[in-house]
Design a protein around this ligand. Sequence first.
Ligand SMILES: CC(C)(COP(=O)(O)OP(=O)(O)OC[C@H]1O[C@@H](n2cnc3c(N)ncnc32)[C@H](O)[C@@H]1OP(=O)(O)O)[C@@H](O)C(=O)NCCC(=O)NCCS
Length: 157
Amino acid sequence: MGIRRVAADDAPRIHAILVATGVFTPAEVECADELVAEAIHQPDKGDYLVHVLEHDGVVVGYVCYGATPLTDGTYDLYWIAVDPACHGHGHGQRLIAFVESELRSSGGRLLLIETSGKDSYGPTQSFYLRCGYRELARIPAFYRPGDDKIVYGKYLD
Ligand SMILES: CC(C)(COP(=O)(O)OP(=O)(O)OC[C@H]1O[C@@H](n2cnc3c(N)ncnc32)[C@H](O)[C@@H]1OP(=O)(O)O)[C@@H](O)C(=O)NCCC(=O)NCCS
């Protein structure tokens, strides 16, 4: 079990995990794929940092995060996904803890996570609360009527 930087041949596996979760629309999967592609092919830009978690040599989850432009020490966690076949084994928590540890050692101060308020995201919301995040803001009907944006956050100091 280990967490490492994304490699070029991880992209199809990450795509498969995103689809398998069943919570992302095709447009959301496409957007997530684009960020992974940028992390792989333009790593020097550094806008999107992508790491994968391997278990028995197989990628079972990934996380994508990056510095929020024009802030001092604020970061966004853009995507996190774990293969549904492996949910509930602590992989998600390991990925979040990894990001927090990386940020703490590089001056990160605040990690924000935006997610949908839809019922289908209930398990995800529980997951963030369980990881010590709290709801810092909510914008009603942000994504579409009846679909709020929730901003979770954790101050890292
Ligand atoms: C959210 C997600 C990454 C969590 O990954 P995971 O590996 O299943 O989570 P973990 O096993 O690390 O769980 C960590 C904690 O959250 C809790 N948790 C995880 N899934 C949960 C669920 N469905 N309902 C309630 N609590 C849950 C666990 O009980 C655990 O707490 P514990 O330590 O007290 O047992 C995973 O469910 C996922 O990929 N979901 C679909 C994609 C998604 O919604 N991504 C976020 C939007 S970008």
